[in-house]
Design a protein around this ligand. Structure first.
Ligand code: AMP
Ligand code: MG
Length: 417
């Protein structure tokens, strides 16, 4: 165990410092499983995908027209000796001076090297000896409109690298190589619960001092987007006994335990108590807004990672995106992921504070010169989920800045769609 994570207790940690401390503890990726193509969306590849075939398999026509053995502008008329159709090729050598009709994607017959599109040709000889003529030979280049076998992917080449999270286009590519399944990392099981005597399940009557449980559902969504399996443990009262039990139960099976609430200063006793003897725990105060208090630890003999997120709904989401997300991606072997960051021009002033990273909820748009502009969504309270709903990015203002003036450049983290 690297001591650094557990040495920070009392200090206010920078976002980068906390992220680096976590990175040192990143787990090795989950084991892999083989799944059929239709179940692979959003999963992370465990092994490189090689192409068993040349793609395209045959040198073929890029459009409908004729394929001919083009030897130069002297010859302007060719006898048509057959046709090559998608799915049914023309066999045999096409001799000099001859051509075949060809459709898009059909294999180029031996002897031919050039395809000329239908619209640039004249056809004649309907009486049984058809021919084709090229009225404008200046417009023809040898080899044009031909796709070479293997020009997209050569047989044996790596088509998709291990560590890639599969999107729709990857599924299409896998299918185009004839792969019916692939090895992906298993889905992490995440045990999730909310804490707080005031926290009330949606659908229940709201006590006059109550608040509905938003976090369990925003976190469910974030976890699902990351391909996790969620074990929903509901809401726990601020009571050491029940929390201790729940944590022990969760840590028995889960690959991560995630809670929200109950980690602010003076409040954290129940977690501390619950983990006494059964794990290692550190409380971090992170120099960020929102999202300052964060608990992190390793539970029980299996050293199951535990993240105690702040209770305020925006803070919980922001802290998840900065700290929990990278961990879960590492756990799934997603090696090439980086927090998405772009630069945008501030269209208004943003307040922030030196020594702290501020995450404002922002709306970015492109202008007609391709530059990005960003403004805030308005009120920025750490409990206001409406600000997350209105936003399409977080505006990340680094600790060296005390304010941002209109026209200055800021970093944004676009929400991934
Ligand atoms: P805590 O860290 O437990 O003091 O929570 C900070 C604030 O977040 C308090 O106003 C809580 O009522 C609120 N809160 C805690 N958990 C949730 C939740 N699951 N959904 C919505 N608000 C919450
Ligand atoms: Mg609470």
């Amino acid at each position: 165990m690297d001591a650094s994570c557990f040495d920070h207790d009392e200090r206010l940690l920078g976002v980068d410092e906390a992220a680096a401390a976590l990175r040192k503890l990143f787990p090795s990726p989950m084991a892999s499983e083989r799944l059929p193509l239709a179940s692979l969306l959003g999963r992370v590849l465990a092994t490189d995908i090689r192409s068993p075939i040349d793609v395209p398999q045959n040198t073929n026509a890029a459009l409908d027209g004729v394929a001919l053995a083009w030897s130069g502008p002297e010859r302007l008329r060719f006898d048509i000796v057959g046709e090559s159709l998608a799915g049914r090729r023309h066999d045999g050598l096409v001799a000099d001076g001859h051509a075949v009709r060809i459709t898009t994607g059909a294999p180029l017959p031996a002897g031919t090297d050039t395809v000329i599109m239908q619209e640039q040709l004249e056809f004649g000889g309907d009486d049984g000896s058809p021919w084709v003529a090229i009225p404008r030979p200046q417009a023809v280049r040898r080899g044009q409109n031909v796709r070479q076998a293997g020009e997209d992917i050569a047989q044996g080449a790596t088509a998709i690298q291990a560590g890639t999270r599969l999107k729709s286009q990857h599924l299409g590519l896998l299918a185009s190589l004839g792969h019916a399944d692939a090895d992906v990392h298993r889905r992490p099981k995440v045990a999730l619960f909310s804490t707080g005597n005031e926290v009330t399940a949606p659908g229940q009557p709201l006590h006059r001092d109550g608040i509905y449980d938003a976090n369990r559902f925003s976190l469910l969504g974030l976890l699902a987007t990351l391909g996790c399996e969620v074990q929903d443990l509901g809401i726990l009262a601020d009571e050491p006994g029940s929390v201790e039990q729940a944590l022990a139960l969760a840590a028995g099976e889960a690959d991560m335990v995630l809670t929200s609430g109950g980690v602010s200063v003076g409040q954290a006793d129940w977690v501390r108590h619950a983990l006494r003897g059964s794990g290692r725990l550190c409380f971090w105060r992170i120099a960020m807004r929102p999202g300052k208090p964060l608990a992190f630890g390793l539970l029980g003999e299996r050293a199951v990672p535990f993240f105690g997120l702040p209770g305020n709904p925006v803070a919980a989401m922001v802290a998840f995106l900065q700290f929990v997300q990278p961990w879960l991606r590492a756990l799934q072997g997603e090696t090439n992921w980086r927090q998405p960051r772009l630069k945008a021009i501030a269209d208004e002033a943003f307040s922030s504070r030196e020594g702290r990273t501020d995450y404002l909820r922002g709306i970015y748009v492109g202008d007609d010169r391709g530059r990005l502009h960003v403004r805030s969504t308005g009120q920025q309270g750490s409990g206001m989920l409406t600000s997350m709903v209105a936003a399409n990015c977080l505006i990340e203002i680094d600790p060296s800045r005390s304010a941002v003036a209109p026209g200055e450049t800021v970093t944004i983290q676009p929400f991934e769609s």
